[in-house]
Write a protein that binds this ligand. Structure first.
Ligand code: SF4
Ligand code: SF4
Length: 210
């Protein structure tokens, strides 16, 4: 019989202890005022009253080297295409246009001082396909393609997940394409002309010797 009452007493004391802990956390959470200071390095050490985050006003900080949404600082992009080749799911689309010698100054240099030799009218990342593997950022020679700390970028429309970073407007790109095509056609015509002249000279050579 004494065992019976002892068990009841143990149960009552266990419940009281549990409820005491619950009540303590409830009161701490109730009394917690204002922002929790999520950016504070000691944020997760302040256990009292920290029950849940008031998302999106508060959010768990992303780790320093976390891989989240990509960003291309296009002014530093040299259009080398290494990121495109490295991407295992083909979610980067790029178009480059060769910069004409007279436009080199206008195209400018990267922040590291490297002369840019290509316009990049199209640099699109299909973020819906991106698996944030980081292979593109690892190979980028100018480190313009980086992962940002932005982890929440959900959209209702899938089209909004296609990010555009190109450095020319459509009109500018058309003009540069035309100019590059004309220069290429001119160079090709000169090459063919020289080849024809050389052929003619070769044909005249033996006749002149006779
Ligand atoms: S992080 Fe990976 S999947 Fe995403 S664009 Fe870069 S290489 Fe492609
Ligand atoms: S690897 Fe970097 S510099 Fe090269 S095209 Fe991609 S983003 Fe631009």
């Amino acid at each position: 019989m004494s065992e019976y009452f002892k068990n009841i007493a143990t149960s009552a004391s266990t419940i009281a202890t549990g409820m005491g802990i619950t009540l303590k956390h409830f009161l701490n959470a109730f009394n917690r005022k204002g922002d929790a200071g999520i950016d504070d390095v000691d944020y997760f050490r302040q256990v009292d009253g920290l029950v849940t985050l008031q998302y999106p006003r508060e959010a768990v900080p992303t780790p320093l080297r976390g891989r989240y949404r990509l960003h291309n600082a296009i002014d530093d992009c040299i259009g080398c295409g290494q990121c495109v080749r490295a991407c295992p799911v083909n979610c980067i689309e790029i178009e480059t246009i060769k910069v004409m010698p007279e436009d080199l100054a206008a195209c400018g240099k990267t922040s590291g001082g490297q002369q840019k030799k290509f316009w990049v009218p199209v640099f699109d990342i299909d973020t819906a396909k991106c698996m944030t593997c980081g292979m593109c950022t690892n190979v980028c020679p100018t480190e313009c393609l980086v992962h940002t700390p932005v982890s929440d970028f959900s959209e209702f429309d899938r089209q909004n997940l296609l990010y555009h970073f190109g450095n020319l407007s459509r009109i500018e790109a058309d003009a540069k394409r035309r100019k590059a095509a004309e220069a290429q056609a001119k160079a090709q015509a000169e090459k063919e002309c020289k080849a024809a002249e050389a052929k003619a000279a070769q044909a005249e050579g033996p006749a002149g010797e006779q």
